[in-house]
Design a protein around this ligand. Structure first.
Ligand code: NAD
Ligand code: MG
Length: 379
């Protein structure tokens, strides 16, 4: 029996992880669950999975009588308890955004096995997170589907040296749109992802392809590969979840229908495998599998990823912070879709040179990037 805390349990990844716990009650016991504002959803989860700790952003009035067995905590204090004080074997960090960085660091410092869905932690604090994982002696287990695919391929390397990572991308809902059409796309259009059902922020990131930029950065840290050796392949069918090219010329890929429960399950039960309830892949009905290069002209994120990694310092943090702020503004209908990447480039030009040696530096660069976006919107 493995014990597990899930941070961001009411989100898309969190709910799918709980579905796996539900399928395998003999394998996992939930110790802590955290949400942000979705109190009713959290109450329901507490009722079903009976954790010892539950966390919300703010104190909630009227915790139901039947949930008195569970301790409720709030805000930072609650997240700290869930990530490091509750005695769980594993912590799944499925919070969205840089808000997940602190929890990842706290969990690692407490010696927990981290299952990492939150890519923004590696994007912004890659060197600190990988150092903390190395000193706690428990490698990060990737949950992001592409990184899980790469991780699975690497398990079969048999000493073969990986020379290139082939990172697939669906291309999102605007893969075939012109730049002009995309510039005016609405939130409803951006939220209609062709293959994956995910939280709002990552769905918009898929539409701008900032998700792939963040994933290049994530891969750089997880697999210690320079940006030059990470190739993006737009693969609209989302069947090949990514691949690794080895020194002997072999390319190993991981395939399956798009269902996040597969990579989540691999991390939860690593190195063992378990059933997930996913549909089997039928290659006859899947149709053609196609691959095309990404277009950095229509999707500037693809160019910015390599530029930021080469620039070092806080460039990746600034890209991430500006993107988070711009995506929120887009979802509130304050800026058009085309303004997201413009706002990120502007923030990079203005504060991309900041340092990122410590957590304090990283939060300062993140705040500076958000200020740049806010000022731009106010103008
Ligand atoms: P989501 O928006 O559906 O859920 C986010 C969860 O985090 C919710 O439980 C929410 O209550 C909580 N949360 C939000 N802001 C918070 C804050 N400031 N502090 C504490 N908790 C907060 O997001 P998601 O789609 O599940 O994605 C979660 C993470 O996993 C993201 O980093 C995303 O990039 C990554 N990821 C998601 C998918 C997917 O299929 N959804 C795939 C790959 C990677
Ligand atoms: Mg992904």
């Amino acid at each position: 029996m493995r014990t597990l805390s899930i941070l961001g349990s009411t989100g898309s990844i969190g709910r799918q992880a709980l579905d796996l716990v539900r399928q395998h009650p003999d394998k996992f016991q939930v110790k802590a669950l955290t949400a942000y504002h979705q109190r009713e959803a959290l109450f329901e989860q507490v009722r079903e999975f009976r954790p010892e700790l539950a966390v919300l952003a703010e104190p909630a009035e009227g915790i139901p009588e039947d949930l008195r067995f569970c301790r409720f905590l709030y805000g930072e204090e609650g997240l700290l308890a869930a990530s490091s004080q509750v005695n769980a074997d594993m912590v799944l960090v499925a919070i969205v955004g840089i808000a997940g960085l602190k929890s990842v660091m706290d969990a690692l410092r407490a010696g927990r096995q981290v299952l990492l869905a939150n890519k923004e932690a590696l994007v912004t604090g890659g060197h600190l997170v990988t150092e903390a994982a190395a000193s706690c002696g428990k490698p990060l287990l990737p949950v992001d589907s592409e990184h899980s695919a790469i991780f699975q391929c690497l398990q079969a390397s048999g000493g073969n040296r990986p020379v290139r990572l082939l990172l697939t991308a669906s291309g999102g809902p605007f893969r075939t749109w012109t730049k002009e059409a995309m510039a005016q796309a609405t939130p409803a259009q951006a939220l209609r992802h062709p293959n994956w059902s995910m939280g709002a922020k990552i769905t918009v990131d898929s539409a701008t392809m900032f998700n792939k930029a963040l994933e290049i950065m994530e891969a750089r840290w997880l697999f210690d590969m320079p940006a030059e050796k990470i190739q993006v392949l737009v693969h609209p069918q989302s069947i090949v979840h990514s691949a690794v090219e080895f020194a002997d010329g072999a390319v190993l890929a991981q395939l399956g229908v798009p269902d996040m429960r597969v990579p989540i399950a691999y991390a939860m039960n690593y190195p063992e495998r378990m059933t997930t309830g996913t549909q089997p892949l039928d290659l006859f009905t899947a149709g053609q599998l196609t691959f095309e290069p990404g277009d950095p002209e229509r999707f500037p994120a693809l160019r910015l990823a390599g530029e930021c990694l080469r620039a070092g310092g806080a460039a990746c943090t600034v890209l991430n912070g500006a993107n988070e702020a711009a995506v929120s503004a887009f979802l509130r209908e304050e800026i058009p879709f085309g303004a997201i990447s413009e706002a990120v480039e502007d923030a990079l030009n203005r504060c991309g040179h900041l340092p990122a040696d410590t957590l304090e530096d990283i939060y300062a660069a993140d705040a500076a990037a958000r200020r740049c976006v806010a000022q731009r919107i106010a103008k």
